[in-house]
Design a protein around this ligand. Structure first.
Ligand SMILES: CC(C)(COP(=O)(O)OP(=O)(O)OC[C@H]1O[C@@H](n2cnc3c(N)ncnc32)[C@H](O)[C@@H]1OP(=O)(O)O)[C@@H](O)C(=O)NCCC(=O)NCCS
Length: 202
């Protein structure tokens, strides 16, 4: 729940229109079929934890009588825990279908395989919660996301006309094959292994 403000911040940078701020809280609190994840950069988490501990250390070390002087106004920066969030994603389980509701990376963190890592994590969750298929809607103009989905075996199954209310754009409906089929599972595991290797060498 404490990650929601940063998720909303990234969502605003990633999408032309956004969910109402209360939506994520409701999803986490009330929707037992919803699964949401955030992707954290542990280096940012560690570095910023050190930086944010500094003023406190300096204040304690300041010798008397300087310690009586008012300290400098605090610089407000996001907590390390929030600043370390680079992306987020979620899905709903509807009977045996995993419906991806959102997936977004901070614009500064794109193009490194991390959006792919989020998608892999959602597919892993789909396996763990007993989904048989994974589906989503994507703007017809969003070729970046479509490429990512096609890489993971999503195929077009139809169009929802004027699905997006901000510009009346159509949505492509995309589905995977059965994720438990031998062919899908094998392909998924190969792609996942290649991605993890790529991320580890960075
Ligand atoms: C879609 C999104 C999550 C992808 O994240 P990313 O971290 O930039 O993507 P990755 O670096 O993991 O790339 C994974 C794949 O996406 C596709 N892709 C990524 N950037 C691309 C680009 N600039 N052009 C075309 N395809 C691209 C490729 O298929 C790529 O695989 P490859 O490296 O084997 O070519 C990200 O662009 C984003 O947050 N977009 C805004 C929100 C959004 O549109 N979400 C989808 C809603 S349906």
């Amino acid at each position: 729940m404490s990650d929601v403000p940063r998720v909303i911040e990234i969502e605003r940078l990633a999408y032309p229109s956004t969910w109402p701020p209360s939506a994520y809280r409701k999803e986490l609190q009330d929707n037992r079929w919803a699964h949401y994840i955030v992707l954290r950069d542990k280096h940012i988490l560690e570095e910023q934890s050190v930086v944010s501990a500094e003023p406190e250390k300096l204040r304690k070390a300041r010798p008397f009588p300087l310690s009586l002087l008012p300290s400098r106004p605090a610089v407000t920066s996001p907590s390390p825990s929030l600043a370390s969030i680079l992306g987020f994603a979620g899905l709903w389980l509807m009977v045996d279908e995993a419906h991806i509701t959102t997936i977004a990376m901070h614009p500064n963190a794109r193009g490194q395989g991390l959006g792919e890592f989020l998608l892999v994590s959602l597919i892993d969750i789909s396996y763990n919660i007993g989904a048989k298929w994974v589906t989503l809607e994507v703007r017809v103009s969003n070729h970046t996301a479509q490429n990512l989905y096609r890489k993971y075996g999503f195929r077009e199954a139809g169009v929802r006309h004027r699905y997006y209310s901000d510009n009346q754009e159509d949505a492509l409906i995309m589905w995977t094959d059965e994720i438990n089929s031998t062919s899908y599972k094998q392909k998924f595991l190969e792609l996942k292994a290649a991605l993890l290797q790529k991320l580890e060498t960075k």
